[in-house]
Each structure stands twice: as structure tokens, then as C-alpha cells.
Write a protein that binds this ligand. Structure first.
Ligand SMILES: Cc1cc2nc3c(=O)[nH]c(=O)nc-3n(C[C@H](O)[C@H](O)[C@H](O)COP(=O)(O)OP(=O)(O)OC[C@H]3O[C@@H](n4cnc5c(N)ncnc54)[C@H](O)[C@@H]3O)c2cc1C
Ligand code: SF4
Ligand code: SF4
Length: 1014
């Protein structure tokens, strides 16, 4: 294949200093030119990595104008970026990256009657739709990345979603674009000619447009000859605006709208300043018919017939994904609800067929027609009808989760996106998928098929090892896939754009003549070639290894980690590997680097909706303070790309500074990046070269000095009782003066139960683990738990050090404070004490019940990484939170707890991040639900911001409050005065107290209050 030569640009690195200086003078936004920041913007969700010249995060629109002028003068390329979730390498390049997502994200105007909105490019789709929902409208290009994707990026890629058969791509839904050309010209691109709402602003634009029309007219025949006719085609420039041919013209009357040429241009023609959008009425009702197919081929033959029924979506879920969902306890019920007979042989594929509209009866009629059609096609009884809204949502979630599990494959072989969205006419879908599967087999790999059957765009990612022979296989598969696409008259790029991985194929798809026309268009808009060079026209080769994230010679530093990461060091065989295969063990050092490399930059952590991940990003909107930014920083540092210092470097310290170790990413990141655990590793590396500051020593060794402090609580509490002491403590120790410290108590929980009275182990049915915090600061919580457990008839053993313990008088401790400061050896010592003490009970499978989520769940999590063997695994299997234990017992109908209504009838519940991360939050709701007549409302909150000692640190105090103010504190303040607030985390309760002056309670206290008198 001939590849058009790349243009040579003036070497931008020569201008880096000059550029950064001039930008700093000219703009109000952030100018980020350090190596780590550039590294964080060097990747997107593709396989590529190209270091940008620098990064600008503009604060206002004039910043972009100023930057463009400077870049023009210095001849530095410019690359616009939204969420950076592109899969093809559109947002990586040697350029000044302009990140629109942080500040340029406002909805400027909204006209409900006209159904239009004007937005800045950085607005996120879900945020826009949340605003529109109360007005019965939405912007219907429902990309899977709706929680991250910005409208500017969606327009750049001509994105489309699951319901594109009904609503089309971006190009069908963008009415106009207010844009800036590379030379600074500002122009409104919209309907042209008699439909024009505004005249062109400059002679430069008039000339440009006249030339565009000339090219359009000149190429009419060639467009007719080679333009793909499938609904999904996003490659090249939309030159067909001048010759609309597809079944779905961009404008209903076939007139020309110049904005449509910019849509899909990947930031190579102009920068979008404002986008004018067409909105759609939000469908009042949706129904779902799930068709079960005995063979994959049958599923691929059906969509051509199903689309005639007018569905809004036809989505494929293949057997691998069905199996993955069935294997997952969280999804089994939902996926089995979609099977015609869960006891019978597993279907080879499902098609999720959705109908949407305003009339339920009409939609039910469409469902009946689907059932009849399937009967006619030889699949009677194959449709499961799902009409309840919640059940439909659950099933869509399963589809998404299946993809996530696939992406979490460990080892160097990864599902790679490069032919993920070829589109073929529906009548060829079955042959295309058959033959491409055969291509994979011949190249020693495989892929799982899913997604948009309605428009012939099925996603598939062959598993390739891009550090070894992946590039060779990628090219070979791409070439064979291209032949199939040609044979079936499809489009090579049907959804995700061209970027680096597919621009090379533009010439293949459109031929030399239209390729030259595309180059002409590029040169007319951007004669100096400054905007996102090398994309769509004049590309590099897709397999140019110098552009890869894992370039030849990539090698992470050999360091000895403190924790066990061996499970990540697995070798997988692309041809045979079960997609969900967990790691079975390998080298711990390699494992750590591989755990870091699990981040594939998909951007899912840029979340603002439900869930926890990632509180520091929610508060800052900075790439640096995002799970992805952290994983990238670690990867670059470990592989020496940020300098000789690796793990314990300033770059890593900066990125991890605001990580509150909430473990939100451990659960919510599709690939399971566990930044909290990685932070322990970083802190441990720092401890090796730097002494722990006094404040951190006070935190770390709290379990050691606690018994002494509890003997003189008045003395230990002086910091909060003597005027001026808090200010001094801030100056000397760095403890935030604005905080109260936890109050030491003389009447600790364990003091009330001397060891002599602790003789129940022979017949104990449960063990209560009193953590340091509940024992010394809030003993009433542990007492409440004890009363409740006893009231329910359990024989409770209180966890105590083993008789042979070297410090028998010092209570057991989970080691959390040591882990939080990187003192892993000390944490391991504490863990060993716990194992020695509880071993005999664990052998008898006695549940170990804890109150503080971060302590108890540490027994299930970090203990397993401390290299403590089978004992730790047995303890992990038996360790449960107080609520988990009671919910489990209630579920098994073993719980006899006499509860009566409380005086308060409403409870606001805040979940601790670790409860959420380990699925231990639902049980809290279940347990509160046991109290009669109690109305339990969950606060949609991320981390409370206190996060152990984080919020006590003067340097983090403001950030801690910012995190809390995102949703938790406003919700508590808005709660009725008589409502109770429940939060199981010590830190969460403290944050609520400091931020609202309201008291929050542990769930054990509520249950105790609700206990009926014996
Ligand atoms: C797991 C996963 C699922 C996905 N699912 C879908 C899907 O369902 N449908 C789909 O279409 N895509 C999908 N994508 C791809 C991607 O998420 C979408 O294309 C998304 O719309 C990109 O938005 P973004 O804000 O991340 O844009 P970015 O990736 O930041 O940018 C995209 C392009 O737009 C350009 N751009 C950004 N801002 C501007 C501006 N102001 N002016 C000019 N150009 C600009 C950029 O230069 C770039 O070329 C998926 C990606 C992933 C990782
Ligand atoms: S950290 Fe996880 S969620 Fe975030 S980009 Fe990486 S893989 Fe995606
Ligand atoms: S542990 Fe929490 S704060 Fe840290 S990266 Fe993960 S989600 Fe973000």
C-alpha cells in the first residue's frame, strides 16, 4: 500500500521554551510544559504515544485565540482535545495540545421550543443531557463514553451511538459550528446559500467556501463512484456534503451545511469554538425484545430483517459475553432473565432489539411484530420481552460490563482496537463476520463480537501483543479485513474515526483522486498544516513503531516492590486465552509494572455520575489528579521516560498527592487499576530514601501510642482544648487548624472487656474486631455492635492478641495507618499479629466482624498483598463488615433481631468508599431496611474527602473540603433536622461533623436504638 509522505514541520521542541513563555504571558489558563504533564497528554485510548510540545488548558475562549496566534507565528502545530477517549490516536501528536474539557464547557444557550442548544466544545454529553432531561429533550448521539465524551470531541470524530439507526451520527445532529481557522479567522459554518442564517464574515472565508464548492462540483462523479453507501462511514472528510448520496442525507432537503465538513475532521481543519446542536424529544417509553440465537451466523443474518420493524437499536451480545456475565454473581440473574431457557443450551448470540416512542401500546405492537418475524425466520419462541425500565437498564449495563471484563485481560496480549468498527451492508454481515473470524484464526488470535448490528458496525478487537509481534499481525489482519470490507462494499472506518491507526486507509478507501481532494481541502483551511497534522491526510503508517505506546526497547525499571503483584505477571496466548482468565502468579516486580500498564487510557475514570472514581478529578478536573493521569505518570516514570528517578520521583509524588486511596478505581475502572495499592508502593519507595515527617509518624504509629494516650485523654486532647494550640499544631506539624482531631477516650471499648472475661472462644459463633478508631475514639459503636449481635443470639468473641504475642496488652490492629504512610513492614507485622490471634477461629470458619470499613476490608484486600500465605486467604474469606454479616444472616433467614420503629423516620446514608469498592454498601441498605418504617435515602456521593488522615493535613484541608462540598455536605445540610445521618466510616462521620455540625452515626448505633426491650 502506498503511503503519502508526511510533511516536514519545523521541529517544535526548539520552540518549547519560547512558546511556553509567550503563552504564560498571553493567557489566563494553565500552561503545562513539564515532562510529566506532557507525558499525560501523550496518549489516548489508542495504542499510540506521542509527546506533545506542551499543553494549554484555556480558561476562556480568548486564550485559544491568543495561543493560536502565537503558534501560528512560531509554526507550532495545535491539537484540540476533549476527554481524549479517541481509540485511533486522533488526540496524540507533536503539537500544543489544547484541553477544552476543564473550563470551556458551558451551555451558552438553549431554546426549548426550537429544540436547539449552543454549547462550548468541552461540555460532556451526559452533563448536557442531564440539563435537558427536565425539558423532555436530549442530544441523542448516545456514545458509550457519554459520561466522558465532550461535544467538541464527538463532533471531531463524527461520533455515533447505539441508537444511530434512529438518530444518525454527529453530522446529522450538528446544525452549525462557530470555528477558528489556524490563521485566526473566526467563521460561522452553517447552512449555506439561501438557507444561510449569517453571511460569511471575511473575504478569506468567502474564497475558501467558493473553492470548496468547486472541489465538490469537480468530484461529483468520483464521489458517486467510490463513496461507501453504508449508514456508518466516518473516514476522510465529508466531501459528500456537496453530493449527498447516502440514505440519510446530512440535511433533510439535501442542501449544503458547511459545518458538516468540519464534523469528523478530527481537529485538522478548524477548532470548534461553539457548536449549535439539534435536540430530540426524549422518548417516553422504551421496550426491549431479546432474541436468542442458536448460532452466531443466524444472529448475523437477522438484522437485515429486523431493521424493517423500525427499532431504535439492535445490539449484539455474543456467547463469550453471555458466559462472562453468567459467571459473574452480580450479573447472572440479569443475563439469565434475557435467556429463553436458562436451563437449556446456551445461545450463541443475543440481539437486543429496542423500540422507543411515546405510545406504549404502539411499542408493544412492534414487539409482537418482532416475535412474529422471528417465527417466520425459523426461530419461534426466541424472544424474551423486557418492558420494565429497570430491567432494560440492567441488561444494557451487563452488555457494557461484558466489554469491561474483556478489557481487563491480564498479560501482554490485549484486545487491540484497529478494525473495531468496519461497517458492512446488513445483507453481508454474516459472511463478513464468518470470514473475519477465520482471518483471526489464521493469524493465531481471536476476538469477541459485540455492539451495533443495526448498522452493520460490529466491534471486535483481536488480542495482540504489541510489545512483540503484535504490529506485524495487526497489519496483516488489517490488510485482510480491508479486502473483506471492499468485497462487501463497506466502510473501513465506521465509528471511531481515522486518527493514526486508520488515516493510512483513507487513500485505500477513497482512491487517489479523492485523497488529493482531501489534501486540497486541508490546505485551503490550514495552508501551514498546523492543525493536528498527520491525521486524515498525509498520515504515518499505522504500524510505525516509533509512535507506539510500547515502543521497541520499552522496559520498566527493575525494582523490588513491597507488595505482591505477581498475579499481574501472566503470559497469555492470544489464540486460546479465556478472556476472563485471572493471573495465576508470576514475578512480583514485573507484575507491578504490568498492573500499572493495565490502564488503556479509555478515560472511564473521568466520571461525574454515580460511583466513587475519581474524587480528586471530580474536585479538580485535572488530568494529573485522575486515575488515568496517575497510571500514565507511573508507567512513564517506571520506564524511565520522566528521568532517572523512577517510582520515588517528584512527578509521581505530584500525581499521587491528591489520591485519597478511596479504591474507587479498583472497582470502577474497567481494567481494575488499583491506584490505592499503587500509592502504598510509591510511599514505600519514598520511605526507603526519605525519613517520614513527624506528622506522618504521628499517624502511622497511632496504634502503638494509643494505649498510652487513652490513659491520659485530657492530655492527648489538649490540641483541641487549649486556645491557640491548633494554630501551633498547624505551624509545627502541618495538622490543619480548621479541623477537630478525633477525641481520645479513657473508657475504651476493650478496657471494658478485660482479657480474663474473654473466654468464649470455645463456643463463639462470631468474632468482633474492634479497630483502633472505634476502640479509642468511639467505643459506643463497638458496644452497640456487641449488643446487637448478642440480641440476635450470637456468641461473640472479642478479637484479642494471641497469648504468645510479644505485646499482649496492645490491641490488634489492621495496619491501615502504616500502609497509609508506606510503612509496609510494620503493617505486615500487625497483620501477622491478627493472623496469629484469629487463626484458630478462622480454621473453624468463624466470621470476623468489623465496624470500620477501611480496617475490616483491609483484611480482605491488602492482607492478601503482604505475602502472608494461606492464613491471610482464609481470613479474607471470613472477614465481613457488621452490615454484611447481618444482611447475609437475614438473607439466609437466620437473623432473629427484634427491631421496632425509631422515633426518627428518615435516614440519609453515606457510603464509605471502601464499602462501595467491595460491594459492602448494599448490605448497609439491607440492614437499615430491617428497621420498621424507616425511609432510607442514599446520598449520591463520592469520597467524603477526609480519607483517613488526608483531610487532617493542612496542605490538603482545602481540597478535602472541596471534595466533601461536591455532594455530601450539601445533601446533609439539606436534610430535615429530624433525619438521622448514617456513615460507617470514622473519617466520613468526622467530615460530616466538621462540615455541617451534624452528627453522623454508625449503622450499629441505629440498630441498637431500634432494639426492642428484651
Ligand atoms: C470504551 C470506549 C467506548 C467508545 N464508544 C464509542 C461509541 O459508542 N461511539 C463512538 O462514536 N465513539 C466511541 N468511542 C470513541 C470516543 O469515545 C468518541 O469518539 C468520543 O466522542 C470522543 O470524545 P472526546 O471528548 O474524548 O474527544 P477527543 O478524543 O478528545 O477528541 C476527538 C477528536 O476531536 C477533536 N477535537 C476535540 N475538541 C475539538 C475542538 N474544540 N475543535 C476541533 N476539534 C476538536 C480532537 O482533536 C480529536 O481529533 C469509544 C471510546 C472508548 C474508549
Ligand atoms: S485508569 Fe482505568 S478507567 Fe481510567 S483510563 Fe485507565 S483503564 Fe480507563
Ligand atoms: S484511589 Fe480513589 S482517588 Fe485514588 S486514583 Fe483511585 S479513584 Fe482516584
Amino acid at each position: 500500500m502506498a503511503v503519502v509522505e508526511r510533511r516536514v514541520f519545523v521541529q517544535p521542541s526548539l520552540y518549547r521554551n519560547d512558546l511556553s513563555l509567550r503563552l504564560r504571558r498571553a493567557v489566563r489558563g494553565e500552561v503545562l510544559f513539564d515532562a510529566a504533564a506532557r507525558g499525560r497528554y501523550a496518549t489516548d485510548a489508542s495504542i499510540y504515544q506521542v509527546e506533545p510540545v506542551g499543553v494549554l488548558v484555556p480558561r476562556e475562549e480568548s486564550d485559544v485565540r491568543a495561543a493560536l496566534a502565537i503558534c501560528n507565528e512560531l509554526k507550532v502545530p495545535v491539537l484540540a482535545r476533549g476527554a481524549g477517549s479517541s481509540q485511533c490516536g486522533q488526540t496524540v501528536g507533536r503539537a500544543l495540545v489544547i484541553d477544552y474539557s476543564k473550563h470551556l464547557n458551558r451551555v451558552i444557550a438553549f431554546d426549548q421550543e426550537a429544540g436547539t442548544a449552543e454549547v462550548q466544545p468541552g461540555v460532556v454529553l451526559d452533563a448536557l443531557n442531564a440539563l435537558l432531561k427536565p425539558h423532555g429533550l436530549w442530544f441523542p448521539v448516545d456514545v458509550s463514553t457519554s459520561a466522558q465524551a465532550t461535544i467538541g470531541g464527538m463532533a471531531g470524530n463524527n461520533s455515533c451511538g447505539s441508537r444511530s439507526i434512529a438518530y444518525g451520527n454527529m453530522v446529522h445532529n450538528v446544525a452549525a459550528i462557530d470555528a477558528q481557522l489556524a490563521d485566526g479567522t473566526v467563521e460561522f459554518f452553517g447552512p449555506f446559500g439561501r438557507d444561510a442564517t449569517r453571511p460569511l464574515a471575511s473575504a478569506r472565508s468567502a474564497q475558501l467556501v467558493a473553492r470548496l464548492f468547486e472541489i465538490g462540483a469537480r468530484e461529483r462523479e468520483e464521489i458517486d463512484r467510490v463513496w461507501p453507501t453504508v449508514l456508518r462511514r466516518v473516514g476522510g472528510y465529508n466531501l459528500d456534503v456537496f453530493r449527498p448520496r447516502s440514505e440519510r442525507p446530512y440535511t433533510p432537503d439535501g442542501s449544503v451545511n458547511l459545518a458538516h465538513l468540519l464534523v469528523g475532521s478530527e481537529g485538522t481543519l478548524a477548532l470548534s469554538r461553539r457548536l449549535h446542536l439539534k435536540l430530540a424529544p426524549l422518548p417516553a417509553v422504551r421496550v426491549l425484545g431479546v432474541v436468542n440465537f442458536p448460532t452466531f451466523r443466524a444472529a448475523m443474518e437477522a438484522p437485515q430483517h429486523i431493521v424493517a420493524l423500525g427499532p431504535t437499536a439492535v445490539e449484539l451480545v455474543d456467547r463469550t459475553m453471555i458466559e462472562l456475565a453468567r459467571a459473574n454473581p452480580a450479573f447472572r440473574r440479569v443475563i439469565e432473565g434475557a435467556l429463553t431457557d436458562p436451563a437449556a443450551a446456551m445461545p450463541e448470540a443475543l440481539l437486543l432489539v429496542e423500540f422507543a416512542g411515546s405510545e406504549r401500546t404502539a411499542l408493544l405492537g412492534q414487539l409482537r411484530r418482532l416475535v412474529a418475524l422471528m417465527g417466520d425466520l425459523g426461530h419461534p419462541g426466541s424472544v424474551v420481552e423486557i418492558t420494565a425500565e429497570a430491567a432494560q437498564k440492567d441488561l444494557w449495563d451487563v452488555r457494557k460490563a461484558g466489554l469491561n471484563i474483556m478489557m481487563s485481560l491480564r498479560g501482554d496480549g490485549k484486545p487491540v482496537s484497529f478494525i473495531e468498527d468496519c461497517a458492512v451492508p446488513l445483507e453481508h454481515l454474516a459472511d463478513y463476520t464468518d470470514q473475519l473470524t477465520e482471518v483471526f484464526r489464521r493469524h493465531g488470535t481471536r476476538g469477541t463480537w459485540y455492539a451495533h448490528a443495526s448498522v452493520g458496525t460490529l466491534h471486535v478487537r483481536p488480542i495482540l501483543d504489541m510489545r512483540r509481534d503484535g504490529a506485524r499481525r495487526m497489519r496483516a489482519i488489517a490488510e485482510e479485513a480491508a479486502l473483506l470490507v471492499r468485497k462487501f462494499k463497506g466502510a473501513y472506518s465506521g465509528e471511531h474515526g481515522d486518527g493514526l491507526v486508520r488515516s493510512e486507509w483513507v487513500a485505500w478507501q477513497f482512491g487517489p483522486r479523492l485523497t488529493r481532494a482531501f489534501e486540497e481541502i486541508k490546505d485551503l483551511f490550514d495552508p501551514a498544516g498546523l492543525l493536528n497534522p498527520g491525521k486524515i491526510v498525509r498520515p504515518a503508517r499505522m504500524d510505525d513503531a516509533s509512535l507506539f505506546r510500547f515502543k521497541p526497547g520499552y522496559a520498566p525499571a527493575a525494582l523490588v516492590p513491597a507488595l505482591d503483584w505477581s498475579a499481574w505477571d501472566v503470559q497469555n496466548d492470544p489464540a486460546t486465552e479465556a478472556l476472563s482468565a485471572p493471573g495465576t502468579g508470576g514475578d512480583p516486580a514485573r507484575g507491578f509494572a504490568k498492573a500499572v500498564e493495565m490502564c488503556n487510557n479509555n478515560g472511564h475514570c473521568r466520571k461525574f455520575d454515580a460511583g466513587t472514581m475519581c474524587p480528586s478529578f471530580r474536585a479538580t478536573r485535572d488530568e494529573q489528579h485522575l486515575t488515568r493521569g496517575r497510571a500514565n505518570t507511573l508507567r512513564l516514570a517506571l520506564s524511565g521516560q520522566l528521568g532517572p528517578e523512577t517510582l520515588a520521583s517528584d512527578a509521581v509524588a505530584g500525581a499521587l498527592d491528591l489520591c485519597v486511596s478511596c479504591k474507587g478505581c479498583k472497582r470502577e475502572c474497567p481494567t481494575g487499576v488499583d491506584m490505592a495499592r499503587m500509592k502504598i508502593e510509591f510511599l514505600h519507595a519514598c520511605r526507603r530514601i526519605r525519613r517520614l515527617p513527624l506528622k506522618d509518624r504521628m499517624v502511622a504509629h497511632l496504634p502503638r501510642y494509643a494505649p498510652w494516650a487513652a490513659r491520659v485523654p485530657w492530655l492527648a486532647n489538649l490540641r483541641d482544648t487549649v486556645p491557640g494550640a491548633a494554630a501551633l499544631a498547624e505551624r509545627w506539624l502541618g495538622l490543619a487548624a480548621g479541623r477537630h482531631l478525633p477525641r481520645w477516650r479513657g473508657d475504651t471499648f476493650l478496657a471494658g472487656f478485660p482479657a480474663a472475661r474473654n473466654g468464649a472462644s470455645a463456643g463463639a459463633t462470631v468474632v468482633l474486631f474492634a479497630d483502633t478508631f472505634n476502640n479509642y475514639f468511639e467505643p459506643e459503636n463497638a458496644l452497640a455492635a456487641l449488643h446487637v449481635l448478642r440480641a440476635a443470639g450470637y456468641r461473640v468473641e472479642i478479637a484479642r492478641p494471641a497469648p504468645a504475642d510479644a505485646e499482649p496488652a496492645r490491641p490488634l490492629c489492621c495496619g491501615r495507618t502504616y500502609l497509609a504512610t508506606g510503612l509496609v513492614d510494620e503493617a505486615r507485622h500487625e497483620a501477622r499479629r491478627v493472623l496469629a490471634a484469629l487463626g484458630p477461629l478462622i480454621e473453624k470458619n468463624v466470621p470476623v466482624i468489623g465496624l470500620e470499613p477501611s480496617c475490616l476490608l483491609g483484611l480482605r484486600d491488602e492482607f492478601l498483598a503482604l505475602g502472608l500465605g494461606d492464613g491471610a486467604r482464609a481470613l479474607a474469606a471470613n472477614a465481613v463488615t457488621f452490615a454484611e454479616f447481618l444482611a447475609r444472616e437475614a438473607g439466609a433467614r437466620r437473623l432473629a433481631l427484634p427491631l421496632r420503629p425509631l422515633a426518627a423516620r428518615q435516614v440519609l446514608l453515606h457510603g464509605h468508599c471502601h464499602e462501595k469498592a467491595f460491594g459492602a454498601f448494599e448490605p448497609v441498605k439491607t440492614v437499615l431496611g430491617l428497621i420498621p418504617q424507616l425511609d432510607v435515602r442514599v446520598i449520591e456521593s463520592s469520597c467524603c474527602g477526609m480519607a483517613g488522615s488526608f483531610g487532617y493535613d493542612a496542605a490538603h484541608y482545602a481540597m478535602s473540603m472541596r471534595m466533601a462540598e461536591l455532594s455530601l455536605l450539601p445533601a446533609v445540610r439539606a436534610a430535615p433536622a429530624e433525619a438521622l445521618i448514617v456513615a460507617n466510616g470514622t473519617s466520613c462521620r468526622h467530615q460530616i461533623g466538621d462540615g455541617t455540625a451534624r452528627s453522623a452515626l454508625h449503622v450499629a448505633r441505629l440498630l441498637e436504638q431500634a432494639l426492642a426491650p428484651a
